[in-house]
Write a protein that binds this ligand. Structure first.
Ligand code: PHE
Length: 529
C-alpha cells in the first residue's frame, strides 16, 4: 500500500536522523513533509517507545499577494519616487498611468512624508537622490524567516492587510528508551507453534493502534423517506395518536371506495386512475375474520393497544354486523339513507368487490373507524404508508408514493378545530400561516385543501387535503350520529423533497435512485429552520 510505505520511509528517516542529531525539529528537519504524515510516523514510533516527542505550536507570519508584489517590485512610494527620478518630473494627473492606480493613491502620500518627492505646480519633482525602501526590506525579511519580533510593526502590517498569521504545529523529537536504528521485526499473530515452542516469550508483538481509523463497514442506511417518516411518526406518537395497520397494499373496492361513499361511476375508479388486480379478480364480502382481528387486537402502537378489547379495558363491545353494514352501503348509494338522498344509481356488488392496489390510506382509516364503532369513543389515528395511482410519471408524480394520514374522532368537533389542529401540526414542521381552500372529496364535507407558504420557493404550495367525514360514510358503520371525525392527508414525498433539496421525485424513489446519494444523506429534523 503506497501510503504505508511512504509513512514507513518517514519513520525510517526519523530514526536515521536521530542517530546523529538529537533532538530534531520537524519544522526544520522535515520541512517538506505534511503535518499529518510526520505525526503518523511519530505516533508509530512513540507507541513502541522508540522516540519521545513534544508538540509545539507557533505562529507564522505570511505575506499577502500585495506584500509579495512589494517584495518583487518595491513599495508603492518607491515606485512613485522611481517614476519621478526616471522622468525628472511627473504631472500628477499622469501618475496613475505611470505607476498604476493603487500605487499612485497609496504611494504619493508616503513619498511626500518621506521627503522623497514634492509638489511643484501640477507636477511631482525629485527631493531625494537615493532612497532606502524599508517597507520592501521589512517584507523581504518576513518572507525569509516567517517571523517578526516587533509586535507594533506586525499589527500595523496586519491592519494594512500585508501579512496574515497562521498557526503551525511542529514537533521536537528525541530518542525513546527503546530507540534503535531500525524498526524491529514485529509479530502480529500469536500462533499455536509459538506457544508450544515457547518463542512467544521473546517475541516482539506489534502493539495495538487505538488511534487508527476503523475500516469502512459499508453498512446499510435508511432511505431519506424513512427518516422523514420516522420524524412524523414521533410527532404523531407524542400527541397520543395510534398507528393504523397499513401493511396490505391490496384492498377491495368496498374499503377503498364504496364504504367512503365514492360512487361507482366516479372518475377515480377508472382504469386510468386506479390499478385493478386481475387475479384473483374479486374479494370476498367484508366479514369478521377472527384470526386477522385477533392479530390486530394484539397490536401495540406507540405505548398503547391499537384497539380496545373487552379484557383490556372492560368495556362493552358491540358486535359488528357485516350484513347490515353491506346493506347500509348499498342503500346509501342507491336510494339514500341516514338522512341523505344518496346518488340514486343501480349499485353493483361486483364493482364493489373488485380488488385494487389501494389508491389512498383512507381505505385503512375507514376499516379502523368501522372497528371504532364497536366501542365509539374519542380516538386519534395515523398512518404513513404506500399508495398507488395509475398516473403518468413525471418530475413530481410517481405511480406509487406515500401518504401521511391522520384521523381524529370525537363528539362536538367543529371545522375550526380541524383548522387549528392543522396549523399546529404544520407549525411543527416550520410551516406557519396556512391557507385553506374549499375542495371536494366524495367522503368529506366540508373539504379543504391546505396551502403553506414556502419561504425558499417564495410561493404557496398545496401541502395537504382534509375534511370532516360525511355521515354517509360514518353512520352505515354504526358510529353515533353526534360523533364527528376529522381526516387529513399529505404526501410523504413533498416534505422529504423540500428537506433534502430534491427537485425530481425520480431521484428519490424508483430504479433511478443513486444509492450512494441515499447513503450520504444526513438525518432530518422537522423543526423550524
Ligand atoms: N384521501 C385523501 C387523498 O387521497 C386525503 C384525505 C384523507 C382527505 C382524509 C380527507 C380526509 O388525498
Amino acid at each position: 500500500v503506497p501510503v504505508e510505505s511512504k509513512e514507513h520511509n518517514v519513520t525510517q528517516d526519523v530514526l536515521d536522523l536521530l542517530d546523529t542529531k538529537e533532538p530534531l525539529q520537524t519544522s526544520e528537519d522535515f520541512r517538506a513533509i505534511p503535518q499529518a504524515e510526520i505525526k503518523a510516523a511519530l505516533d508509530r514510533l512513540a507507541s513502541r517507545s522508540m522516540v519521545e516527542y513534544k508538540a509545539n505550536d507557533s505562529e507564522q507570519v505570511l505575506l499577502s499577494k500585495e506584500a509579495e508584489a512589494i517584495v518583487a517590485e518595491g513599495s508603492h512610494e518607491y515606485k512613485v519616487w522611481k517614476a519621478v527620478k526616471d522622468a525628472g518630473k511627473v504631472p500628477i494627473k499622469e501618475l496613475a498611468n505611470v505607476v498604476g492606480a493603487e500605487s499612485a493613491k497609496v504611494g504619493q502620500g508616503n513619498a511626500f512624508k518621506n521627503k522623497w518627492v514634492k509638489k511643484e505646480g501640477d507636477s511631482l519633482v525629485l527631493v531625494a537622490d537615493s532612497v532606502q525602501d524599508t517597507t520592501r526590506e521589512l517584507l523581504q525579511g518576513i518572507q525569509e524567516t516567517k517571523t517578526l519580533a516587533d509586535t507594533k510593526t506586525l499589527n500595523d502590517l496586519k491592519k494594512r492587510k500585508l501579512v496574515t498569521l497562521s498557526k503551525v504545529i511542529h514537533y521536537t523529537v528525541s530518542k525513546g528508551p527503546k530507540y534503535a536504528k531500525e524498526m524491529p521485526v514485529e509479530v502480529t499473530d500469536l500462533t499455536a507453534d509459538m506457544l508450544t515452542s515457547g518463542s512467544w516469550e521473546a517475541a516482539n508483538f506489534k502493539p495495538y493502534n487505538f488511534n487508527a481509523l476503523g475500516a469502512n463497514q459499508d453498512a446499510g442506511s435508511l432511505h431519506p423517506l424513512n427518516k422523514v417518516r420516522q420524524e412524523f411518526r414521533n410527532m404523531f406518537f407524542s400527541q397520543g395518536f395510534v398507528e393504523m395497520p397499513t401493511g396490505h397494499f391490496v384492498d377491495s373496492g368496498f374499503w377503498n371506495f364504496d364504504a367512503l361513499f365514492v360512487p361507482q361511476q366516479h372518475p377515480a375508479r377508472d382504469v386510468q386512475d386506479t390499478f385493478f388486480i386481475s387475479d384473483p379478480p374479486r374479494a370476498d364480502k367484508p366479514r369478521a375474520d377472527p384470526e386477522h382481528e385477533a392479530t390486530m387486537d394484539a397490536m401495540e402502537s406507540g405505548s398503547r393497544k391499537l384497539f380496545a378489547t373487552p379484557e383490556s379495558e372492560k368495556r362493552q363491545i358491540k358486535p359488528r354486523d357485516f350484513e347490515q353494514y353491506w346493506k347500509n352501503i348499498q342503500d346509501v348509494h342507491q336510494h339514500g339513507a341516514f338522512g341523505s338522498i344518496g346518488y340514486r344509481y343501480p349499485w353493483s356488488e361486483d364493482e364493489c368487490l373488485r380488488l385494487v392496489l389501494r389508491t389512498h390510506t383512507t381505505a385503512v382509516s375507514t376499516w379502523v373507524l368501522h372497528r371504532l364503532a364497536e366501542d365509539p369513543r374519542p380516538a386519534k389515528y395515523f398512518s404513513i404508508d404506500r399508495v398507488f395511482r395509475n398516473e403518468t410519471v413525471d418530475a413530481t408524480h410517481l405511480a406509487e408514493f406515500h401518504q401521511i394520514e391522520g384521523v381524529i374522532a370525537d363528539f362536538g368537533l367543529t371545522l375550526g378545530g380541524l383548522m387549528k389542529f392543522l396549523e399546529d401540526f404544520f407549525a411543527n414542521m416550520g410551516i406557519d400561516g396556512l391557507r385553506f381552500k374549499p375542495a371536494y372529496n366524495p367522503y368529506t364535507e366540508p373539504s379543504m385543501e391546505v396551502f403553506g407558504y414556502h419561504k425558499g420557493l417564495k410561493r404557496w404550495l398545496e401541502i395537504g387535503n382534509s375534511g370532516m367525514f360525511r355521515p354517509e360514510m360514518l353512520e352505515p358503520m354504526g358510529l353515533p350520529k353526534d360523533m364527528r371525525v376529522y381526516g387529513f392527508g399529505l404526501s410523504l414525498e413533498r416534505p422529504t423533497m423540500m428537506k433534502y433539496g430534491v427537485s425530481n421525485i425520480r431521484e428519490l424513489l424508483g430504479h433511478k435512485v443513486d444509492l450512494a446519494w441515499i447513503k450520504e444523506q444526513p438525518a432530518v429534523r422537522l423543526e423550524k429552520e
